[in-house]
Design a protein around this ligand. Structure first.
Ligand SMILES: [Zn+2]
Length: 218
């Protein structure tokens, strides 16, 4: 019966998700791990949109936190880079919302070597570029000219860097990327908020961090 079902996740994945109507089955290493109905998962997990839940990331918040670190320590660019990079993992540990990507995956065993240059990939790249650009722009708007623009950009880039490194890991599974990916997946919250609460809480968190930095340095 399982073989008749439509495979909605690429074969490169260790776990396969077979979906038939509202019923889905998780298969790993040829063994069926379980079957359940899609009542408790979000709607896009069922049917044609199932591919959309393969991965997720949000960069603007990381950029603003990195920018805030740069604002606090404008004459210490190395500390800004290191602290911005570390801050990424601290933020990832907080329950949040990640926007779904259609083609690119940054999950634990993701393999993006088979990515095709199709519409889904271009949409992902456009989404990520918009997110990252918004992050840079907001960080600079908030913290320039109190800190040099390049230090703010450095902090923002360092704050976002671990996510693109997940993509690099999916292409080249070498150290230190393997260890970094293991740590990134481990520390990343397993609780995913719905998008409404996720967007509001994410904006509130970024605003709180920016306001705290701005007030603290007065
Ligand atoms: Zn991350």
């Amino acid at each position: 019966m399982v073989s008749e079902r439509k495979t909605l996740v690429q074969p490169a994945f260790t776990d396969r998700l077979l979906v038939k109507g509202r019923e889905f089955t998780i298969v790993s290493g040829g063994r069926t791990l379980g079957t359940a109905l899609c009542f408790w998962v979000r709607p896009c997990f069922c049917g044609a949109d199932a591919r959309a839940v393969r991965s997720g990331m949000i960069l603007s918040t990381h950029a603003i936190v990195g920018g805030a670190i740069a604002y606090m320590l404008p004459s210490h660019p190395i500390v800004v880079a290191v602290a911005g990079f570390v801050s990424h993992f601290v933020i990832d540990a907080i329950p949040h919302w990640d926007y779904p990507l259609q083609a690119i995956s940054v999950r634990k065993n993701a393999d993006n070597r088979l990515l095709k240059a199709d519409r889904r990939l271009w949409m992902d790249l456009l989404t990520i570029a918009t997110d990252a650009s918004a992050g840079f722009a907001l960080a600079i708007l908030l913290f320039y000219p109190s800190a040099p623009i390049w230090v703010i950009a450095l902090g923002a880039a360092a704050g976002m860097l671990p996510d693109p490194l997940q993509f690099v890991h999916s292409l080249y599974k070498r150290e230190p990327l393997v260890t970094l990916q293991r740590f990134h997946v481990w520390i990343h919250t397993k609780r995913k908020l719905n998008w409404q609460i996720g967007i509001v809480s994410q904006a509130a968190f970024a605003a709180l961090v920016a306001a705290t930095a701005l007030v603290a340095k007065q």
